[in-house]
Design a protein around this ligand. Structure first.
Ligand code: SF4
Length: 752
């Protein structure tokens, strides 16, 4: 029988291999990219480029956007930028993906009588917003309204929101999700230095002999900063202080796996040894600090022998670290959330500042007590969100400060509240008590990220009006809202961010926002008009108009940026670190503070700040015998994954579902097999997670990534008393084996 030819094989195999056209060939064909971009796939060859700071973390890498017909089609790291030097982490490479997600919100949504969110026009949305907020303000007073903002929007938008809410609409209370990541560092610096002033530049990573990383998994939380350490040619000691053997601890030369939240004891013991051995810089301490005698008396009882049982380390190891620090020529101390998110976080951060002061490691290359921030614009929020402090690091309670801001902005000083806002947790507490009835949430996901999640969600449900402004209506918080406003995201608007080393860099509009979504800047303008206070902000027609106001607001302050010649200079110079005063030449691209030993306190001296350690809010016990640690899961995930989960590439780079690290001996005792599902229970809630048996945690401790939607069911609503930052890093839980033993993997968003 004659065989019929298969049309798919009407050409021979050799022809198939030599096919000269088709999707595969087109995809693979590379062409000179121009603009210094090397070879690129022909379909992605740009006709122009733009430079834009990344919109995820506080490292503040700059990316080159590849534009075709005015729209970004690709991104690559900028080799000229002094921050990232041509490097980017997976989130940066994939930064366009969240903008293209199918669930981008394209119209305002209003909850109807049936309880469903339905599309409405912008005029209807604005009328509803203004009339509902106004009705509550008229009935219960302006303190019944509040806002919660973010470290993810440009500083100019923070300024507009802070001014509109407080000076235009009359609100007293507003805070940001930056309370969750760096409020501790801000308070610690203010008390010790007189201003919230991280002193360093990233060059210090490359110039240090001893790099002490505390509560910081730099390898995955700030991977480009880890790369900066890898460029250090001084063969530095890399010290990690962290209860967990993180990726960074594995790469360190010394790891101190202290018991969770014994860090304050540990650092007081280090100070004790430094003083006992005379490993201090007497000249620096005498000339530039105050309070040493009190500090010396304070740390006297904290000998290595006295703290060793609580810290979980041999006294000899504590002495070894003290000697490493004491004998180091250039020592730098770096901390992130492991310090900031604790029940005595401010004093712990200050214990590190004290070590830097004591040893004179301040103001010189490779030194400093250095807080690494979390979000891309948390530093903008610290100075210009008009929440905790009045614009430019001023004080709401000082009439002179209010008068100066009023003069600069051309408004009546009576419009400026004379007391600071409630903090985030206090705003939620006021909602529970019925004192706050209307809340405006901008670009944050309280119902996922706030500590003690069940209580947070119940709190949001009590509101009479909840307005959420976001890229997506699918976030847990937007799902609870009465009104959702569609916002443009990073890459769809202009403005500036301030990174961890105080560098101000620009972001640019790289594509149009979908549908009727608007830049937050324009939403604030529309809300101002709807409220009837638009005239107050008539001078702010563009983000750069607001930037000029920021410059005036900074004049004479430690963060003075009057010497910056607009966005043009920021782009040309590779960003500019604050301060840069009018007329001051930009001496170097990387600058640090306190080179002259003068601090921002009235005396010009830094202060030793200290206090007796506090008891753990929730120590493990018979019913809840494990300590839960939380932290970042991978360099491909960002916070609640509102954006990173939208990228198929990023999703392939991390383990799906909620997982928990358990020590193998604990697992054996509880008869938990590797990769089986377990139930983790706290006094507040429970979750299911896949068990990973790892010696990365001590016996009696477990670790769950912060990104899972369920993690905060477990966490305990405890706060540092000074910074009001939530203590995510410690609570008591128990672990239960689940049957059947092999369960299906759960997505964080699907877990019960
Ligand atoms: S390290 Fe941070 S700033 Fe740099 S590319 Fe990654 S997320 Fe963006």
């Amino acid at each position: 029988m004659e065989k019929r030819a298969n049309p798919r094989f009407s050409v021979g195999p050799a022809e198939l291999l030599r096919q000269h056209d088709g999707p595969l060939t087109r995809d693979l064909l590379r062409t000179p990219g121009r603009f210094g971009l090397g070879q690129l796939p022909a379909r992605l060859a740009p006709d122009a480029t733009a430079r834009v700071v990344c919109g995820y973390c506080s490292t503040g890498c700059r990316l080159v956007a590849h534009l075709r017909a005015g729209e970004a089609v690709n991104l690559s790291p900028d080799p000229q930028y002094p921050v990232n030097l041509g490097m980017a982490c997976p989130k940066g490479w994939q930064a366009l993906a969240p903008l293209e997600a199918n669930d981008r919100l394209q119209t305002p949504l209003l909850r109807n009588d049936a309880g469903r969110l339905e599309p409405v026009s912008w005029p209807v949305a604005l009328q509803q917003f203004a009339s509902r907020f106004r009705a509550i303000a008229e009935r219960d007073g302006p303190e019944a309204m509040a806002f919660l903002s973010t470290g993810q929007i440009p500083t100019e938008e923070m300024v507009f929101l802070g001014a509109l809410a407080k000076f235009g609409m009359g609100m007293v209370h507003g805070d940001g999700n930056t309370r969750q990541c760096m409020a501790t560092a801000a308070v610690a610096y203010k008390e010790a230095f007189g201003f919230d002033a991280p002193p360093y530049s990233y060059a210090d990573f490359e110039e240090s002999d001893v790099i002490v990383l505390v509560g910081s998994n730099l390898c995955i939380a700030h991977p480009i900063l880890w790369e900066r350490i890898c460029r250090n040619r001084r063969r530095p000691e890399i010290v990690v202080v962290d209860p967990r053997r993180t990726e960074t601890a594995m790469a360190a030369t010394q790891h101190y796996a202290i018991r969770p939240k014994s860090d304050l004891l540990f650092f007081y013991a280090i100070a004790n040894v430094l003083l006992e051995q005379g490993w201090i810089d007497h000249d620096f301490v005498v000339a530039h600090t105050e309070g040493l005698d009190g500090f010396r008396r304070h740390v006297e009882p904290f000998t290595p022998e006295a703290v060793a049982p609580a810290v979980g380390l041999e006294p000899g190891r504590i002495r070894h670290l003290a000697e490493t620090i004491g004998r180091g020529e250039r020592v730098s101390f770096w901390w992130t959330m492991g310090v900031n998110q604790g029940h005595e976080a401010v004093r712990t951060a200050q214990a590190l500042i004290n070590l830097a002061l004591l040893t004179g490691n301040m103001g010189g290359p490779g030194t400093g007590a250095n807080s690494i921030t979390g979000q891309c614009n948390a530093m903008g929020s610290r100075l210009f969100s008009n929440t905790t402090c009045l614009f430019g690091g001023r004080d709401f309670e000082k009439s002179d400060d209010r008068a100066e801001v009023a003069r600069i902005l051309g408004i009546d000083p009576a419009r400026i509240p004379s007391r600071p806002s409630l903090a985030y947790d206090q705003i939620l507490e006021a909602v529970r008590a019925g004192r706050i009835r209307a809340l405006w949430v901008v670009a944050t996901n309280t119902a996922h990220s706030w500590i003690h999640q069940n209580e947070a969600r119940e709190t949001l449900r009590k509101l009479e009006v909840l307005v959420v402004q976001d890229l997506y209506a699918t976030t847990e918080t937007a799902q609870l809202a009465h009104l959702v406003l569609p916002a443009a995201g990073w890459g769809e608007k202009d403005g500036t961010f301030i990174n961890s080393e105080r560098r101000i860099g620009t972001i640019r509009k790289l594509r149009r926002a979908p549908g009727q979504a608007l830049a937050d800047f324009h939403i604030f303008r529309l809300v101002a008009d709807a409220w009837g206070c638009g005239d107050l902000f008539a001078a702010w027609q563009t983000p750069e108009d607001v930037f000029r106001s920021m410059q005036e607001l900074s004049r004479g302050q430690p963060c003075d940026i009057t010497g910056i010649d607009g966005y043009r200079m920021l782009e040309a110079e590779g960003g500019v670190q604050w301060p840069l005063q009018e007329g001051e030449p930009l001496a170097a691209r990387e600058r640090r503070l306190f080179a002259d030993g003068r601090f921002f306190r009235d005396s010009g001296r830094a202060r030793f700040c200290f206090e007796s350690p506090r008891a753990l809010p929730e120590a493990p016990d018979t019913d809840f015998p494990f300590v839960l640690l939380t932290g970042r899961g991978s360099s491909s995930q960002w916070h609640t994954e509102t954006r990173t989960a939208k990228s198929p590439v990023l999703r392939k780079l991390y383990r799906a579902g909620c997982w928990v690290e358990i020590h193998p001996k604990d697992a054996e005792r509880l008869e938990i097999e590797p990769e089986t599902m377990v139930r983790v229970v706290s006094r507040r809630g429970a979750l299911e997670a896949r068990a990973l048996l790892r010696e990365t945690v001590h016996e009696g401790e477990i670790f769950i990534p912060m990104h899972a939607a369920t993690t905060n069911r477990l966490t305990d609503a405890q706060f540092d008393p000074y910074s009001r930052q939530p203590a995510y890093k410690h609570c008591a839980v128990r672990v239960e084996r689940l049957r059947p033993e092999k369960g299906p993997s759960q997505s964080p968003r699907e877990a019960p």
